[in-house]
Design a protein around this ligand. Structure first.
Ligand SMILES: [Zn+2]
Length: 185
């Protein structure tokens, strides 16, 4: 009986946490609840069918305007594992899919970057951002209407025309996002 009530209260607690970010709780409580439940939410993404269409993540850019830079040669014998989407500095960068923010941070090549995990456990990489959207945080649920940041030239894009580097990764490695891209309505 004691075991049962323990199980029940655990389930109640987890359910409460899962919905905590929709309740009128203090921002810090909601943020902690989002982080605590993130592993469960990510685990639930894996069995889902990966998105067949990715909405162009840069505001005002059509698919036909995106030059193909997939596997273009890069310094050090690397191949370009993504697509560069050019736009004016400061143009809004949206999530291309539904998903959860799993990382917000700086790295040498990418500069200001955001990682989003979507259905099927696919990862979406947004790099060279000029800045992040205000209050963007790990654990946030995002949709193609969510602004992640703004087009820039951070990381190894310094000195190039402003663009978003958009990468898509599966457990088997990088895949070309271009054939999956569709115009933003
Ligand atoms: Zn790039």
């Amino acid at each position: 009986m004691r075991k049962l009530s323990f199980c029940l209260s655990t389930i109640l607690l987890l359910t409460g946490l899962a919905y905590a970010d929709q309740l009128p709780l203090p921002a810090q409580v909601r943020a902690s609840a989002r982080l605590l439940t993130l592993p469960v939410k990510l685990a639930l993404l894996y069995p889902r069918q990966p998105d067949e269409k990715l909405i162009v993540p840069v505001a005002g850019v059509r698919v036909r305007e995106i030059g193909n830079s997939w596997h273009a040669p890069r310094a050090g014998g690397r191949l370009h594992e993504g697509q560069d989407i050019f736009a004016k500095r400061g143009t809004a960068v949206y999530s291309a899919t539904d998903g959860y923010v799993v990382r917000v941070g700086e790295n040498t090549l990418g500069g200001h970057t955001v990682w989003v995990m979507g259905a099927g456990g696919r990862s979406y990489y947004y790099a060279h951002l000029d800045a992040y959207a205000p209050n963007l945080a790990v654990g946030d649920h995002v949709t193609p209407q969510t602004v992640l940041g703004y087009v820039g030239t951070t990381g190894n894009a310094i000195g190039t025309p402003p663009h978003l580097h958009f990468g898509v990764y599966t457990s088997a490695g990088a895949v070309d996002p271009r054939p999956l891209l569709t115009d933003r309505p």
